[in-house]
Design a binder for this molecule. Structure first.
Ligand code: PLP
Length: 465
Protein backbone atom coordinates (compact mmCIF):
# COMPACT_ATOMS: atom_id res chain seq x y z
CA UNK A 1 0.00 0.00 0.00
CA UNK A 2 1.27 3.45 -0.86
CA UNK A 3 0.98 5.90 1.99
CA UNK A 4 1.25 9.59 1.32
CA UNK A 5 3.98 11.59 2.93
CA UNK A 6 2.79 13.23 6.12
CA UNK A 7 1.16 16.44 5.01
CA UNK A 8 2.08 19.85 6.31
CA UNK A 9 -0.69 22.33 5.67
CA UNK A 10 -2.90 24.76 7.46
CA UNK A 11 -5.40 22.14 8.54
CA UNK A 12 -5.61 18.41 8.68
CA UNK A 13 -1.87 17.90 8.80
CA UNK A 14 -0.73 15.20 11.12
CA UNK A 15 2.34 17.32 11.94
CA UNK A 16 0.41 20.48 12.60
CA UNK A 17 -2.62 18.93 14.25
CA UNK A 18 -2.77 20.57 17.68
CA UNK A 19 -2.73 17.86 20.33
CA UNK A 20 -4.00 20.31 22.88
CA UNK A 21 -4.77 23.97 22.95
CA UNK A 22 -3.34 26.64 25.22
CA UNK A 23 -5.52 29.70 25.24
CA UNK A 24 -6.39 28.88 21.64
CA UNK A 25 -2.76 28.26 20.67
CA UNK A 26 -0.88 25.12 19.84
CA UNK A 27 1.87 24.27 22.31
CA UNK A 28 5.02 24.13 20.17
CA UNK A 29 6.48 21.25 22.19
CA UNK A 30 3.54 19.06 21.11
CA UNK A 31 4.00 19.29 17.36
CA UNK A 32 6.66 17.87 15.09
CA UNK A 33 7.13 20.71 12.62
CA UNK A 34 7.43 24.44 13.33
CA UNK A 35 4.12 26.30 13.63
CA UNK A 36 4.58 28.01 10.26
CA UNK A 37 5.31 24.84 8.26
CA UNK A 38 3.22 24.71 5.06
CA UNK A 39 3.23 23.09 1.65
CA UNK A 40 3.47 25.72 -1.07
CA UNK A 41 2.20 25.73 -4.66
CA UNK A 42 5.43 24.07 -5.85
CA UNK A 43 4.78 21.13 -3.53
CA UNK A 44 7.74 22.25 -1.41
CA UNK A 45 7.97 22.60 2.35
CA UNK A 46 7.82 26.19 3.50
CA UNK A 47 8.89 27.39 6.97
CA UNK A 48 8.45 30.97 8.13
CA UNK A 49 7.07 31.80 4.69
CA UNK A 50 10.31 30.63 3.01
CA UNK A 51 10.66 27.73 0.58
CA UNK A 52 13.13 25.31 2.17
CA UNK A 53 14.52 24.30 -1.22
CA UNK A 54 15.24 27.94 -2.04
CA UNK A 55 16.84 28.46 1.37
CA UNK A 56 19.30 25.67 0.55
CA UNK A 57 20.06 27.30 -2.78
CA UNK A 58 20.66 30.63 -1.04
CA UNK A 59 22.59 29.54 2.06
CA UNK A 60 23.99 26.14 1.07
CA UNK A 61 23.44 22.65 2.44
CA UNK A 62 23.07 21.42 5.12
CA UNK A 63 21.25 24.25 6.84
CA UNK A 64 19.65 24.82 10.24
CA UNK A 65 16.39 26.73 9.66
CA UNK A 66 15.06 28.48 12.77
CA UNK A 67 11.43 29.60 12.76
CA UNK A 68 11.18 32.84 14.71
CA UNK A 69 7.43 32.57 15.22
CA UNK A 70 7.63 29.15 16.87
CA UNK A 71 10.46 30.29 19.14
CA UNK A 72 8.57 33.43 20.20
CA UNK A 73 5.40 31.41 20.76
CA UNK A 74 7.21 29.03 23.15
CA UNK A 75 8.68 31.96 25.07
CA UNK A 76 5.27 33.62 25.37
CA UNK A 77 3.52 30.43 26.38
CA UNK A 78 6.03 29.83 29.17
CA UNK A 79 5.83 33.41 30.36
CA UNK A 80 2.02 33.63 30.14
CA UNK A 81 1.48 30.22 31.75
CA UNK A 82 3.46 31.30 34.81
CA UNK A 83 1.46 34.53 34.97
CA UNK A 84 -1.76 32.54 34.67
CA UNK A 85 -0.96 29.81 37.21
CA UNK A 86 1.31 31.42 39.77
CA UNK A 87 0.02 34.18 42.02
CA UNK A 88 3.55 35.24 43.02
CA UNK A 89 6.45 36.64 40.99
CA UNK A 90 7.93 34.38 38.33
CA UNK A 91 10.83 34.31 35.88
CA UNK A 92 11.41 31.99 32.95
CA UNK A 93 15.06 31.37 32.14
CA UNK A 94 16.29 29.85 28.87
CA UNK A 95 18.85 27.07 29.31
CA UNK A 96 21.13 28.43 26.62
CA UNK A 97 23.11 25.19 26.39
CA UNK A 98 20.27 24.08 24.08
CA UNK A 99 21.43 26.58 21.45
CA UNK A 100 23.62 29.55 22.24
CA UNK A 101 24.34 32.17 19.59
CA UNK A 102 23.78 35.91 19.35
CA UNK A 103 20.55 35.85 17.33
CA UNK A 104 18.90 33.12 19.41
CA UNK A 105 19.77 34.98 22.62
CA UNK A 106 18.51 38.28 21.17
CA UNK A 107 15.12 36.84 20.15
CA UNK A 108 14.61 35.12 23.50
CA UNK A 109 15.78 38.15 25.51
CA UNK A 110 13.32 40.35 23.63
CA UNK A 111 10.53 38.13 25.00
CA UNK A 112 11.52 38.97 28.58
CA UNK A 113 13.15 35.60 29.28
CA UNK A 114 16.29 35.26 31.43
CA UNK A 115 19.34 33.06 30.69
CA UNK A 116 21.05 30.07 32.23
CA UNK A 117 24.68 29.79 31.12
CA UNK A 118 27.14 27.04 31.98
CA UNK A 119 30.47 28.42 30.83
CA UNK A 120 32.39 31.61 30.27
CA UNK A 121 31.68 31.17 26.56
CA UNK A 122 27.91 31.03 27.02
CA UNK A 123 28.11 33.99 29.40
CA UNK A 124 30.11 35.99 26.84
CA UNK A 125 27.62 35.14 24.07
CA UNK A 126 24.64 36.12 26.21
CA UNK A 127 26.19 39.41 27.31
CA UNK A 128 27.21 40.23 23.76
CA UNK A 129 23.62 39.64 22.64
CA UNK A 130 22.68 42.52 24.92
CA UNK A 131 21.25 40.62 27.88
CA UNK A 132 21.71 42.41 31.19
CA UNK A 133 23.59 40.49 33.86
CA UNK A 134 20.74 40.63 36.36
CA UNK A 135 18.88 38.18 34.08
CA UNK A 136 21.78 35.72 33.81
CA UNK A 137 22.36 32.67 36.03
CA UNK A 138 25.70 30.85 35.89
CA UNK A 139 25.54 27.05 36.29
CA UNK A 140 28.15 24.29 36.19
CA UNK A 141 29.70 21.65 38.41
CA UNK A 142 33.31 22.76 37.93
CA UNK A 143 33.45 26.45 37.20
CA UNK A 144 36.97 27.76 37.03
CA UNK A 145 38.36 30.62 39.11
CA UNK A 146 38.38 32.73 35.94
CA UNK A 147 34.73 31.91 35.18
CA UNK A 148 33.66 32.77 38.73
CA UNK A 149 35.58 36.03 38.55
CA UNK A 150 33.92 36.76 35.18
CA UNK A 151 30.50 36.10 36.73
CA UNK A 152 31.28 38.36 39.67
CA UNK A 153 32.65 41.17 37.51
CA UNK A 154 29.59 41.16 35.27
CA UNK A 155 27.10 40.92 38.15
CA UNK A 156 25.24 37.75 37.26
CA UNK A 157 23.92 35.25 39.80
CA UNK A 158 25.98 32.12 40.43
CA UNK A 159 24.24 28.78 40.91
CA UNK A 160 26.61 27.30 43.48
CA UNK A 161 27.23 23.63 42.93
CA UNK A 162 29.80 22.55 45.53
CA UNK A 163 32.01 23.48 48.49
CA UNK A 164 34.99 24.47 46.36
CA UNK A 165 32.85 27.08 44.63
CA UNK A 166 31.57 28.43 47.91
CA UNK A 167 35.18 28.88 49.04
CA UNK A 168 36.32 30.46 45.77
CA UNK A 169 33.38 32.87 45.70
CA UNK A 170 33.96 33.86 49.32
CA UNK A 171 37.49 34.83 48.35
CA UNK A 172 36.41 36.73 45.22
CA UNK A 173 33.47 38.74 46.61
CA UNK A 174 33.50 41.34 49.36
CA UNK A 175 30.90 42.23 52.02
CA UNK A 176 30.62 45.67 50.37
CA UNK A 177 29.82 44.07 47.01
CA UNK A 178 28.38 40.61 47.78
CA UNK A 179 27.79 38.11 45.00
CA UNK A 180 24.22 36.83 44.50
CA UNK A 181 24.08 33.03 44.74
CA UNK A 182 21.55 30.25 44.51
CA UNK A 183 22.35 26.80 45.86
CA UNK A 184 21.89 23.77 43.62
CA UNK A 185 20.70 20.59 45.29
CA UNK A 186 20.36 17.01 44.13
CA UNK A 187 16.76 16.25 45.03
CA UNK A 188 16.77 12.46 44.78
CA UNK A 189 13.99 12.44 42.22
CA UNK A 190 14.85 10.45 39.14
CA UNK A 191 12.89 10.72 35.95
CA UNK A 192 12.37 8.31 33.14
CA UNK A 193 10.11 8.68 30.19
CA UNK A 194 7.43 6.46 31.66
CA UNK A 195 8.25 6.18 35.32
CA UNK A 196 10.10 7.91 38.07
CA UNK A 197 11.48 6.91 41.40
CA UNK A 198 12.39 8.87 44.45
CA UNK A 199 15.52 7.89 46.26
CA UNK A 200 17.30 9.17 49.33
CA UNK A 201 20.40 9.80 47.29
CA UNK A 202 20.73 10.56 43.59
CA UNK A 203 23.93 9.56 41.84
CA UNK A 204 24.69 12.85 40.11
CA UNK A 205 27.79 14.97 39.68
CA UNK A 206 25.71 18.13 40.11
CA UNK A 207 24.76 19.98 43.24
CA UNK A 208 24.86 19.47 46.97
CA UNK A 209 23.46 16.42 48.67
CA UNK A 210 20.37 17.57 50.63
CA UNK A 211 21.87 15.95 53.75
CA UNK A 212 24.44 18.75 53.76
CA UNK A 213 21.81 21.48 53.70
CA UNK A 214 22.12 22.66 57.30
CA UNK A 215 25.91 22.86 56.98
CA UNK A 216 25.72 24.76 53.68
CA UNK A 217 23.15 27.24 55.01
CA UNK A 218 25.19 27.90 58.16
CA UNK A 219 28.34 28.44 56.10
CA UNK A 220 26.66 30.95 53.81
CA UNK A 221 24.96 32.76 56.69
CA UNK A 222 28.36 33.46 58.24
CA UNK A 223 29.76 35.06 55.07
CA UNK A 224 28.40 38.50 54.26
CA UNK A 225 30.19 38.45 50.89
CA UNK A 226 27.63 35.84 49.74
CA UNK A 227 24.10 37.08 49.08
CA UNK A 228 21.82 34.05 49.29
CA UNK A 229 18.91 34.30 46.83
CA UNK A 230 17.38 30.83 46.89
CA UNK A 231 17.53 27.20 45.78
CA UNK A 232 17.77 25.34 42.51
CA UNK A 233 17.29 21.77 41.29
CA UNK A 234 17.06 20.17 37.86
CA UNK A 235 15.91 16.57 37.61
CA UNK A 236 16.34 15.59 33.98
CA UNK A 237 15.41 16.19 30.39
CA UNK A 238 12.80 15.10 27.80
CA UNK A 239 10.35 14.36 30.63
CA UNK A 240 6.75 13.59 29.73
CA UNK A 241 5.27 13.24 33.23
CA UNK A 242 4.04 16.05 35.44
CA UNK A 243 4.44 14.22 38.72
CA UNK A 244 8.24 14.51 39.12
CA UNK A 245 8.14 18.31 38.98
CA UNK A 246 5.12 18.42 41.26
CA UNK A 247 7.09 16.34 43.77
CA UNK A 248 10.12 18.53 43.23
CA UNK A 249 8.13 21.68 44.03
CA UNK A 250 6.98 20.16 47.31
CA UNK A 251 10.45 18.97 48.34
CA UNK A 252 12.06 22.29 47.47
CA UNK A 253 9.60 24.28 49.54
CA UNK A 254 10.61 22.13 52.54
CA UNK A 255 14.23 23.05 51.85
CA UNK A 256 13.29 26.71 51.65
CA UNK A 257 11.78 26.37 55.08
CA UNK A 258 15.10 24.98 56.36
CA UNK A 259 16.93 27.92 54.81
CA UNK A 260 14.65 30.37 56.58
CA UNK A 261 15.04 28.45 59.84
CA UNK A 262 18.82 28.79 59.39
CA UNK A 263 18.46 32.55 59.35
CA UNK A 264 18.72 33.09 55.58
CA UNK A 265 16.42 35.34 53.59
CA UNK A 266 14.84 33.52 50.67
CA UNK A 267 13.68 35.12 47.46
CA UNK A 268 13.62 32.49 44.71
CA UNK A 269 12.96 28.87 43.91
CA UNK A 270 14.18 27.43 40.60
CA UNK A 271 12.70 24.08 39.57
CA UNK A 272 14.97 23.61 36.52
CA UNK A 273 13.87 22.58 33.04
CA UNK A 274 13.11 19.22 31.52
CA UNK A 275 9.77 19.31 29.70
CA UNK A 276 9.91 17.03 26.66
CA UNK A 277 8.99 17.65 23.03
CA UNK A 278 7.64 15.57 20.12
CA UNK A 279 10.43 14.11 18.02
CA UNK A 280 8.18 11.46 16.48
CA UNK A 281 4.45 10.89 16.34
CA UNK A 282 4.75 8.43 19.23
CA UNK A 283 5.82 11.20 21.63
CA UNK A 284 3.09 12.69 23.80
CA UNK A 285 4.40 15.35 26.20
CA UNK A 286 2.09 17.61 28.21
CA UNK A 287 1.72 21.12 26.85
CA UNK A 288 3.84 23.96 28.21
CA UNK A 289 0.76 25.30 29.97
CA UNK A 290 -0.14 21.94 31.55
CA UNK A 291 3.41 21.42 32.77
CA UNK A 292 3.77 24.92 34.19
CA UNK A 293 0.32 24.71 35.80
CA UNK A 294 1.12 21.44 37.56
CA UNK A 295 4.43 22.73 38.93
CA UNK A 296 2.90 26.04 40.07
CA UNK A 297 0.04 24.35 41.89
CA UNK A 298 2.49 22.08 43.73
CA UNK A 299 4.59 25.01 44.92
CA UNK A 300 1.56 27.07 45.97
CA UNK A 301 0.12 24.11 47.87
CA UNK A 302 3.41 23.34 49.63
CA UNK A 303 3.82 27.00 50.63
CA UNK A 304 0.32 26.99 52.08
CA UNK A 305 1.06 23.78 53.99
CA UNK A 306 4.27 25.22 55.43
CA UNK A 307 2.82 28.67 55.90
CA UNK A 308 5.54 30.28 53.75
CA UNK A 309 5.22 33.34 51.53
CA UNK A 310 5.40 32.48 47.84
CA UNK A 311 8.96 32.65 46.51
CA UNK A 312 9.77 34.05 43.08
CA UNK A 313 9.28 30.89 41.02
CA UNK A 314 11.74 30.22 38.22
CA UNK A 315 12.12 27.48 35.66
CA UNK A 316 14.79 27.05 33.00
CA UNK A 317 13.55 25.20 29.92
CA UNK A 318 15.90 24.53 27.02
CA UNK A 319 14.57 21.82 24.73
CA UNK A 320 10.87 22.74 25.04
CA UNK A 321 11.63 26.39 24.31
CA UNK A 322 13.59 25.94 21.09
CA UNK A 323 13.54 22.27 20.04
CA UNK A 324 10.52 22.39 17.72
CA UNK A 325 11.43 25.79 16.27
CA UNK A 326 14.21 24.46 14.03
CA UNK A 327 14.59 21.93 11.24
CA UNK A 328 17.76 20.80 9.51
CA UNK A 329 17.68 20.58 5.72
CA UNK A 330 20.12 18.24 3.94
CA UNK A 331 20.75 17.25 0.35
CA UNK A 332 20.43 13.58 -0.52
CA UNK A 333 23.55 12.04 -2.03
CA UNK A 334 24.43 8.38 -2.43
CA UNK A 335 22.24 5.36 -1.99
CA UNK A 336 23.15 1.80 -1.05
CA UNK A 337 20.66 -1.04 -1.39
CA UNK A 338 21.40 -4.30 0.41
CA UNK A 339 18.76 -6.70 -0.92
CA UNK A 340 16.65 -8.21 1.82
CA UNK A 341 18.42 -6.20 4.48
CA UNK A 342 18.37 -2.43 4.26
CA UNK A 343 18.55 0.60 1.99
CA UNK A 344 20.81 3.44 3.06
CA UNK A 345 20.14 6.96 1.81
CA UNK A 346 23.04 9.27 2.65
CA UNK A 347 22.80 13.00 3.31
CA UNK A 348 25.49 15.68 3.35
CA UNK A 349 25.63 15.99 7.15
CA UNK A 350 25.03 13.71 10.10
CA UNK A 351 26.61 13.18 13.48
CA UNK A 352 28.71 16.35 13.32
CA UNK A 353 25.64 18.61 13.02
CA UNK A 354 23.31 16.33 15.03
CA UNK A 355 25.13 14.09 17.50
CA UNK A 356 21.96 13.10 19.38
CA UNK A 357 21.16 9.87 17.48
CA UNK A 358 24.66 8.42 17.88
CA UNK A 359 24.92 9.66 21.48
CA UNK A 360 21.47 8.88 22.85
CA UNK A 361 19.87 6.72 20.12
CA UNK A 362 17.42 9.62 19.70
CA UNK A 363 14.63 9.25 17.18
CA UNK A 364 13.68 11.80 14.52
CA UNK A 365 11.11 12.32 11.80
CA UNK A 366 12.19 13.11 8.20
CA UNK A 367 10.29 14.81 5.35
CA UNK A 368 11.18 14.99 1.70
CA UNK A 369 10.84 18.75 1.38
CA UNK A 370 10.96 19.12 -2.42
CA UNK A 371 8.19 16.61 -3.15
CA UNK A 372 5.79 16.96 -0.29
CA UNK A 373 2.87 15.08 -1.83
CA UNK A 374 4.95 12.14 -3.05
CA UNK A 375 3.67 8.89 -1.54
CA UNK A 376 5.69 7.07 1.09
CA UNK A 377 6.96 4.13 -0.91
CA UNK A 378 9.97 2.65 0.82
CA UNK A 379 11.64 2.04 4.14
CA UNK A 380 15.14 3.49 4.25
CA UNK A 381 17.81 4.34 6.76
CA UNK A 382 19.01 7.93 6.58
CA UNK A 383 22.78 7.85 7.02
CA UNK A 384 25.22 10.66 7.59
CA UNK A 385 28.46 11.17 5.67
CA UNK A 386 30.90 10.60 8.52
CA UNK A 387 33.41 7.83 8.73
CA UNK A 388 31.55 5.99 11.46
CA UNK A 389 29.10 3.10 10.93
CA UNK A 390 26.92 4.45 13.73
CA UNK A 391 26.48 7.76 11.90
CA UNK A 392 22.81 7.15 11.18
CA UNK A 393 20.31 9.98 11.60
CA UNK A 394 17.11 7.94 11.27
CA UNK A 395 16.86 4.16 11.13
CA UNK A 396 14.20 2.35 9.09
CA UNK A 397 11.94 5.25 8.28
CA UNK A 398 9.33 5.62 5.56
CA UNK A 399 10.01 8.06 2.75
CA UNK A 400 9.03 8.53 -0.87
CA UNK A 401 11.58 7.04 -3.27
CA UNK A 402 14.50 9.43 -2.88
CA UNK A 403 16.79 10.65 -5.63
CA UNK A 404 20.18 12.31 -5.51
CA UNK A 405 19.64 16.03 -5.03
CA UNK A 406 16.39 15.69 -3.07
CA UNK A 407 16.00 17.91 -0.02
CA UNK A 408 15.54 15.89 3.15
CA UNK A 409 14.44 17.73 6.27
CA UNK A 410 14.82 16.43 9.80
CA UNK A 411 12.31 17.94 12.24
CA UNK A 412 12.83 19.12 15.81
CA UNK A 413 16.53 19.97 15.66
CA UNK A 414 16.51 23.24 17.62
CA UNK A 415 17.85 21.85 20.88
CA UNK A 416 21.24 20.26 21.44
CA UNK A 417 22.08 20.07 17.73
CA UNK A 418 24.07 23.17 16.81
CA UNK A 419 25.22 23.47 20.42
CA UNK A 420 26.61 19.92 20.41
CA UNK A 421 27.89 20.04 16.84
CA UNK A 422 31.51 19.17 16.15
CA UNK A 423 34.03 19.20 13.33
CA UNK A 424 34.37 15.42 13.31
CA UNK A 425 36.08 14.37 10.08
CA UNK A 426 36.94 18.05 9.71
CA UNK A 427 33.52 18.77 8.35
CA UNK A 428 32.62 22.46 8.62
CA UNK A 429 29.60 23.26 10.79
CA UNK A 430 26.50 24.22 8.75
CA UNK A 431 25.07 27.69 8.47
CA UNK A 432 21.86 28.69 10.25
CA UNK A 433 19.16 31.04 9.03
CA UNK A 434 16.25 32.55 10.91
CA UNK A 435 13.00 32.79 8.96
CA UNK A 436 9.95 34.94 9.53
CA UNK A 437 7.11 36.06 7.26
CA UNK A 438 9.00 35.27 4.09
CA UNK A 439 12.29 36.84 5.17
CA UNK A 440 15.39 34.77 5.82
CA UNK A 441 18.50 36.05 7.58
CA UNK A 442 21.78 34.33 8.19
CA UNK A 443 22.48 33.93 11.93
CA UNK A 444 25.47 31.60 11.75
CA UNK A 445 27.92 31.60 8.88
CA UNK A 446 28.82 28.23 7.40
CA UNK A 447 32.31 27.28 8.52
CA UNK A 448 34.97 27.17 5.84
CA UNK A 449 38.05 25.00 5.44
CA UNK A 450 40.04 28.05 6.51
CA UNK A 451 38.01 28.16 9.73
CA UNK A 452 38.89 24.54 10.36
CA UNK A 453 42.62 25.15 10.34
CA UNK A 454 42.53 28.61 11.93
CA UNK A 455 43.69 27.32 15.30
CA UNK A 456 46.24 24.87 13.86
CA UNK A 457 49.93 25.62 14.39
CA UNK A 458 52.72 23.88 12.53
CA UNK A 459 56.00 24.22 14.44
CA UNK A 460 58.99 25.07 12.20
CA UNK A 461 60.78 21.84 13.04
CA UNK A 462 57.86 19.87 11.53
CA UNK A 463 57.84 21.73 8.22
CA UNK A 464 59.40 20.53 4.96
CA UNK A 465 60.09 17.02 6.08
N1 PLP B 1 18.83 23.44 33.72
C1 PLP B 1 19.88 22.63 33.91
C2 PLP B 1 20.69 22.81 35.13
C3 PLP B 1 20.21 21.65 32.96
O1 PLP B 1 21.27 20.87 33.16
C4 PLP B 1 19.42 21.55 31.79
C5 PLP B 1 19.71 20.53 30.76
O2 PLP B 1 20.46 19.64 30.88
C6 PLP B 1 18.34 22.42 31.63
C7 PLP B 1 18.06 23.34 32.61
C8 PLP B 1 17.46 22.36 30.41
O3 PLP B 1 16.83 21.16 30.30
P1 PLP B 1 15.81 20.92 29.09
O4 PLP B 1 16.51 21.26 27.86
O5 PLP B 1 15.46 19.49 29.20
O6 PLP B 1 14.63 21.80 29.36
Amino acid sequence: MLLTQPKIENTGSQYLQPLSEVAGETSPNQILAPLTARVNHRDHLEVGGCDVTELLAQFGSPLYILDEQTLRTSCRQYRDSFLRHYPGESQVIYASKAWSCLAVCAVIASEGIGFDVVSGGELQTTLQAGVSADRIYFHGNNKSQAELQFAYDTGCTVMVDNWLELEMLSAIATPQAPIPIMVRLTPGIECHTHEYIRTGHLDSKFGFDPHQLAQVFAWIRDRPQLKFIGLHAHIGSQIFERQPHQDLGGVMVEWLQSAIASGLQVESLNIGGGLGICYTEADDPPSIDEWVGAACRAVVKACETHNLPLPKLMSEPGRSLIGSACVTAYTVGSRKEIPGLRTYVAVDGGMSDNPRPITYQSLYQPILANRMSAPLSETVTVAGKHCESGDVLIKDTQLPKTQTGDVLVVLGTGAYNYSMASNYNRIPRPAAAIVNEGEANLILERETYADLIRQDRLPDRLRDR
